[in-house]
Design a protein around this ligand. Structure first.
Ligand SMILES: N[C@@H](CCC(=O)N[C@@H](CS)C(=O)NCC(=O)O)C(=O)O
Length: 204
């Protein structure tokens, strides 16, 4: 098998999902930094690899690319302990992956990007305020679920946990108060004890 190559940016939660899974799978990969704050995703060279101009991007073999973090998680976890085989459980994993992209990431990740990555909280104050309510709604939904489940699907650690962990555990950097969500906090600690766990700041 060819060495996988991951185009990524260290502070990115979407990129971190892939770094974390690859590390936990024990799969070697080449890591290529694409600095999104310097528009490096918008160069003709990068756009020829991903016309959508976004990281993470996985190069599976020379010239064969896969974008969208949660699609990459599905691809890499196929046939592993991180993705259930049962049809209903797999669909539940997908349910969380779609929830993450539509009801969670657009509020929590964007707030974190403006506040902590760009350091422009004042400039984006109005937009950040608009993200508060839907962001807290997403956290509330997770909290309710995690009151009676140790992990998101089938009470075992899957890519659903990886996808939701990425931006939830750093939600504080987007101005969200995680002390309001004790079950989420306990789940975060559980994820951190999984074997071969790496932090989002771990240099590649
Ligand atoms: N839905 C995509 C979102 C990817 C995304 O928003 N990537 C951001 C970094 S986290 C990016 O590349 N931004 C740079 C740009 O849009 O030019 C995924 O899950 O991979």
């Amino acid at each position: 098998m060819e060495t996988l190559r991951l185009y990524d940016f260290l502070p990115s939660g979407n990129g971190y999902k892939i770094r974390l899974l690859l590390t936990q799978l024990g799969m070697p990969f080449e890591w290529v930094e694409v600095n999104i704050t310097k528009n490096e995703t918008r160069t003709p060279e990068f756009l020829s690899k991903n016309p959508n101009g976004k990281i993470p991007l996985l190069e599976i073999e020379p010239g064969k690319y896969l974008a969208e973090s949660n699609a990459i998680l599905m691809y890499l976890s196929e046939g592993t302990e991180f993705l259930p085989y049962d049809r209903y459980l797999r669909a539940q994993v997908l349910q969380w992956l779609f929830f993450e992209q539509y009801s969670h990431e657009p509020f929590i990740a964007t707030s974190r990007y403006w506040i902590s990555i760009l350091g422009k909280a004042e400039e984006y104050r109005e937009a950040i305020e608009q993200k508060r309510e839907p962001g807290y709604a997403a956290l509330g939904l997770m909290e309710n679920h995690l009151k009676s489940h140790i992990f998101l699907v089938a009470d075992r650690y899957t890519i659903a946990d990886i996808a939701l962990f990425a931006y939830t555990h750093v939600a504080g950097e987007g101005g969200f108060d995680l002390t309001l969500f004790p079950s989420i906090q306990a789940w975060i600690e559980r994820v951190k004890t999984q074997s071969r766990y790496i932090s989002i700041t771990q240099e590649m």
